[in-house]
Write a protein that binds this ligand. Structure first.
Ligand SMILES: [Zn+2]
Length: 299
């Protein structure tokens, strides 16, 4: 895929370029591991956000029968071939996508073609992927298909779905077992993301099966931790704002002083997402030249 990347994919690429080249690619073939009743995981190498290097592909269904494959995100031929080999005996009933980002959809078209399987996603994901991936079946909040129930959880991406199955929640990029979740204001919305975390707390989350990193046994505890973390960050962003307008690069140094400066470029995107939420609540204001100040009634 040689096309210019945009949005989150572009930020991921920029952050990867700032990290020194990692160890040579692991050549051990990926192996499926059971994680919940009727769910196995295969971690495939993907162009994702460091420190994560893989996207978890979840296989929902019987060990020896056709399965629903969630987020076959690897664009790399060796990883796609390994996944096809794992799936060949039982076949593929459907390819399910949590959302439209490159590290979740990179192998979807090839896999669907190889097994003549439909590609299933939220209607907004289908629209965002128009011309890239042909989503054949739309799935909306509360609907179930291929053994999963869809929960609409926008915020990281508009059409983001979580899939409940086997007493667990396949969480896509709502929660990470390794690294962080980026809310990029071009594609995401901090207020909406926080509302989606709260919505997941009303569901029987069970274990959370994230797209990156290991499974999280106590899903609700992790969701509460995420909510507390975002509230803490919001307080720091508010604390960094002054009556005098400041540029994002200055605000990030204060509000994200606890974060590795190599990550400040990505933190700036998150900072902006927080500022836009605060502006919506009348607590921060954009001076129109890319600088931000505390809200002042005189505007
Ligand atoms: Zn994503």
């Amino acid at each position: 895929m040689g096309e210019r990347k945009t949005g989150v994919d572009a930020v991921y690429e920029e952050v990867r370029a700032r990290f020194p080249a990692g160890p040579p690619a692991d050549t051990t073939p990926p192996v499926p591991v059971p994680v919940a009743p009727g769910i196995r995981v295969v971690a495939l190498r993907t162009p994702t956000l460091p420190p994560a290097l893989h996207t978890n592909v979840y296989l929902v269904g019987p060990d020896r029968g056709p399965v629903a494959v969630v987020d076959p995100g690897s664009p790399y031929p060796d990883q796609q071939a390994a996944l096809e080999q794992i799936l060949a005996p039982g076949g593929v009933a459907a390819v399910l996508l949590t959302h439209h980002h490159g590290d979740h959809i990179g192998g979807a078209v090839a896999l669907a073609a190889r097994f003549s399987a439909p590609i299933v996603a939220h209607p907004q994901t289908a629209a965002l992927l128009a011309g890239v991936v042909d989503v054949t079946t739309c799935l909306d909040a509360g609907e179930s298909q291929h053994g999963v129930v869809a929960v609409h959880t926008p915020g990281h991406a508009a059409g983001h779905l979580c899939f409940e199955a086997g007493g667990a929640t396949i969480a896509g990029d709502m929660v990470a077992g390794l690294g962080t979740i980026l809310i990029d204001p071009d594609e995401g919305d901090m207020a909406v993301y926080i509302a989606s975390l709260e919505h997941l707390l009303t569901r029987p989350a069970g274990a959370i099966l994230p797209a990156h990193g290991p499974m999280i046994t106590d899903g609700h505890a992790k969701l509460r931790e995420y909510l507390a973390h975002r509230r803490m960050r919001e307080e720091r962003v508010l604390g960094a704002l002054t009556a005098a307008p400041q540029a994002l690069a200055d605000l990030v140094a204060t509000a994200y002083a606890d974060t590795n400066p190599a990550m400040w470029r990505i933190a700036e995107r998150s900072l902006l997402a927080h500022l836009m939420k605060l502006a919506g609540e009348g607590r921060a204001q954009d001076t129109g030249d890319g600088r931000w100040s505390r809200y002042s009634a005189r505007g």
